[in-house]
Write a new protein. Structure first.
Length: 872
């Protein structure tokens, strides 16, 4: 109670600042809260100024309704920073004569004015507010208003500085509690000399702190009463300011102390940004690449600049060759049948390298006017690292933007993850691509491409529907015009609007009456029925034509070993299977080797592949093709018998025939052109099959001796037995060198009932290339010497093994004789020694054959060395 009395006495004393010179008139201040939003930053002041004038006018009208004690508003001063308004007012005290200015009567008048104002506001529905909630109150300012505009924004913590002795904790609580709930109140601590002591009061919210700061600031309150008289108690002035908490580096410290929470959240946010922002852009860029949004080809610009000579004209090699190359007609029909239906499986087009697979597809795609996406595995396999491989796939598909440089940060992120949370990379396998495996990155790119393919198909269907609707409207308009013209010619056309104007009775409503349907109208009605029946097939055809085409070229493993190349082929196979099964795109996989179909078959186990084989043309088709192309180039073609035989050497390989046509078109003769092709094949084969030097030969998937053995056999025969070559030296049952040579197009392996049967040259012209290499004395001598040395080494190894085994047999004989004694020697000779003698005889025979082989081959090597010695 004593503290409360001191507080009330302090309030009365502080009111002396608001006295007027008149005997009964006084002035004071009120604070109205929640009129404006409490500002927490600099930019929020603009919100408060939007309705400032209207709110102040409404507030003044409501407060002016109170007339008790001659209450009069002198001025309204908005305090936008704390969301309130200071109200300067005057009032009159009852006429009591000359009394002390700080009487209880004056305090009662002030509190009564405060109460009446709040009651009036409650009866009127609340005080005006910027958000319409109307929850503000009127507070009597007990101290002195401090209307500053510094960047000291409201905060739930108030620092109360004491200009005088310290105020007890209970007194502070009773003084500030009416404005809101207090969470914490700290007592003053020791401070340097000359610095006022202070307490910190923490409110539960910002609003009561703002009210207390504006109402109590500058209040003089009794702290410690005097021992002589309570009226002479010591006064303390309260200075109030917002107290910001000292939290230096709090975010940094919390982040460093909670890595298990922060790291997943950061990665999740990055993944979300990638998915929500970049993936739609990437899908749009893939669609733009397929639909040629940023390509001048196909627009009005290209023909213009082509006519001016800036761009070359189309090459004559794109001319149609249908009817000339009959082997391709069946392949074209098969591919068109596949493209003219909804996709259910993947088409696998295989044929030897240079057979014209790519040219055939390009011609067909140009005729179909379909959206096409090309992926070349050969270019992708040239990448030396995983980020380069992902970047190459992104460039081919139009996937942009791509941040391949982030993959190089994976090791650093893994180290940081291990150091902070004790685990490696478990949070980085999200859509950001950090530290994810190569198949995951490739799958992410292809999933975006899949969405782009779907968007391309949908846009094509929408455009086709609009076009069809316009065409139907044009047809209906033309049909109506034809009906009108027919009636006009026969004099049966009548415009009913004329009768409406003339007012001819019933005719004004019916025109010329209910006429029977004419012939044209009847036919037009039948056409509508027919169009209704044909509408569904047309829609299906448009839906099929809207399906994009995906062509995956050079689908085969690289010669260089590497897990990334295998992962690439596996991911592409799964992606192609998904596109076909979901009817998203027609997928055509092009490969030089039919063995690669096994990879695709694993991805589609439930459905067979649509396997399409493109073989070399026969002799007649090849000749017809060459003659037709030369005629198209205005070259008179009259092949002699010898020239025909030379052309037949090239077989039906499209690349070699194109090379021949190009050389003849440039002025070379047929014999010279064929000779150039053979010579070029010799140099290419020498490099690809044997290597430039010893180091280059070590990188081949077969040895020089193996290549030379096959080459010599095929130089003599058009084809040889696969198993005969396989079981002999230098293969000795190892199939991998033969398969690798087939993959490199050195040889072609024929099959019977699915098993290997024969070996042929990889290209028809290779037969003559093999003959040319075998007839080269220097090259033949070098290869024969190397081959013979391998055979000699193998024979000497055989001799050594036989000698070791014969020594073992001799030891067995001696041990057997000593064990049995001379009495049983005859019996042992009859039975036990007979087996040793038989084995020894076999070994002697084997040693003899190997020795003779060594002698023969060494003599041959001596002769071959003489050839090399006389070589120029």
């Amino acid at each position: 109670m004593l503290a409360a009395k001191r507080i009330r006495r302090g309030i009365g004393l502080s009111s002396r600042r608001f006295l007027h010179d008149g005997s009964n008139t006084r002035e004071g201040w009120l604070f109205v809260d929640s009129v404006f939003p409490v500002q927490l930053g600099v930019w929020e002041s603009y919100i408060s100024r939007l309705r400032q004038d209207m709110l102040l006018s409404e507030l003044k009208d409501k407060l002016s309704r109170v007339q008790a004690h001659k209450f009069t508003i002198l001025e309204l001063e908005p305090h936008l920073k704390d969301g309130g308004v200071f109200v300067h007012f005057k009032y009159a005290l009852p006429d009591r004569g000359e009394e002390d200015l700080n009487t209880p009567q004056e305090r009662r008048v002030l509190h009564e004015i405060e109460r009446l104002l709040n009651e009036e506001a409650e009866n009127a529905g609340g005080l005006p507010s910027w958000n319409g909630i109307r929850r503000g109150n009127v507070w009597l300012v007990q101290g002195s208003p401090w209307r500053e505009d510094m960047n000291r924004f409201a905060f739930p913590m108030l620092r109360v500085s004491f200009e005088g002795p310290d105020v007890p904790e209970q007194a502070l609580y009773q003084l500030f509690r009416p404005y809101g709930r207090i969470q914490e109140l700290t007592m003053p601590t020791a401070v340097p000399a000359g610095t006022p002591r202070s307490s910190v009061i923490t409110f539960s919210r910002i609003r009561p702190a703002a009210i207390a700061r504006n109402v109590v600031h500058g209040l003089e309150i009794a702290s410690t009463p005097s021992t002589d008289n309570a009226a002479k108690a010591t006064l303390t002035r309260l200075r109030i300011a917002y107290q910001k908490p000292i939290r230096a580096h709090v975010i940094r410290d919390w982040t460093a102390n909670h890595p298990r929470i922060v790291i997943p959240v950061i990665v999740f946010l990055l993944g979300s940004i990638t998915y929500t922002v970049f993936d739609p852009v990437r899908a749009m860029m893939v669609q733009a690449k397929m639909q040629h949004w940023f390509d001048y080809h196909g627009t009005y610009v290209q023909p213009t600049i082509r006519c001016t000579g800036i761009l070359p004209s189309e090459l004559s090699s794109d001319l149609e060759i249908q009817g000339v190359w009959k082997e391709r007609q069946e392949v074209e029909r098969t591919i068109r049948t596949y493209l003219d239906d909804f996709p259910t499986t993947v088409a696998f087009l295989h044929g030897p390298q240079g057979s014209g697979k790519s040219r055939l597809l390009e011609t067909m795609i140009q005729d179909s006017d379909r959206h096409v996406l090309h992926i070349d595995c050969r270019d992708l396999q040239k990448a030396v690292s995983d980020p380069q491989l992902v970047g190459a796939l992104a460039r081919q598909t139009g996937y942009w933007p791509v941040f391949t440089f982030l993959d190089s940060m994976s090791s650093l992120l893994d180290l940081a993850s291990v150091g902070l949370i004790g685990q490696k990379g478990m949070y980085f396998h999200l859509s950001t691509g950090f530290s994810s495996s190569l198949p995951d990155q490739l799958t992410q790119v292809l999933s975006v491409v899949t969405r782009a393919l779907q968007a391309t198909s949908a846009s094509h269907i929408h455009a086709a529907a609009l076009k069809r609707a316009r065409e139907e409207q044009d047809e209906e308009r033309k049909a109506e015009q034809n009906i009108v013209l027919h009636k006009i010619r026969h004099g049966t056309w009548h415009d009913g609007r004329l009768d409406c104007v003339a007012g001819n009775g019933v005719m004004s409503e019916l025109g010329i009456g209910d006429e029977a349907m004419g012939v044209l109208e009847d036919e037009y009605g039948d056409d509508e029925k027919k169009n209704g029946h044909h509408r569904q097939p047309v829609a299906d055809a448009e839906a099929i034509s809207a399906i994009p085409i995906v062509i995956i070229r050079n689908y085969s493993p690289s010669n260089k070993a590497g897990g990334s190349k295998e992962d690439l082929l596996a991911v592409l196979a799964q992606w192609a299977a998904g596109l076909a099964e979901n009817r998203i795109a027609h997928v055509i996989v092009v490969s030089d080797n039919r063995e690669n179909a096994k990879r695709l078959a694993k991805a589609i186990p439930s459905k067979p592949l649509n396997s399409i084989a493109l073989s070399d043309a026969d002799t007649s088709s090849a000749l017809s093709f060459v003659k037709q192309r030369l005629r198209d180039s205005d070259i008179d073609v009259h092949f002699t018998k010898s020239e025909t035989e030379l052309v037949e050497r090239l077989g039906g390989r499209a690349s070699d025939l194109e090379s021949l046509i190009h050389k003849v078109t440039n002025g070379q003769g047929v014999a010279e052109a064929v000779e150039d092709i053979v010579v070029r094949g010799v140099s290419e084969l020498r490099k690809s099959a044997f290597g430039d030097d010893v180091d280059d030969a070590k990188s081949l998937a077969w040895s020089r001796e193996q290549a030379w053995a096959v080459l010599k056999l095929l130089a003599k025969k058009p084809e040889v037995s696969y198993h005969e070559v396989l079981i002999e030296f230098p293969f000795k049952g190892d199939e991998s060198p033969l398969r690798n040579m087939e993959h490199a197009e050195l040889i072609a392996i024929g099959t019977v009932n699915g098993r290997p049967s024969t070996i042929r040259p990889g290209k028809p012209v290779y037969k003559y290339v093999f003959e040319r290499l075998v007839k080269d004395p220097i090259f033949q001598a070098n290869q024969d010497i190397a081959y013979n040395n391998k055979v000699i080494s193998s024979a000497e190894t055989t001799i050594k093994l036989c000698e070791e085994e014969l020594g073992t047999l001799e030891n067995i004989r001696e041990q057997e004789a000593r064990a049995r004694g001379w009495g049983d020697w005859a019996f042992g000779w009859m039975w036990g020694m007979r087996a040793c003698d038989a084995r020894a005889a076999y070994l002697f025979d084997k040693m003899g054959k190997a020795g003779k082989k060594v002698e023969i081959l060494e003599r041959k090597n001596e002769e071959l060395k003489k050839v090399l010695a006389t070589a120029e």
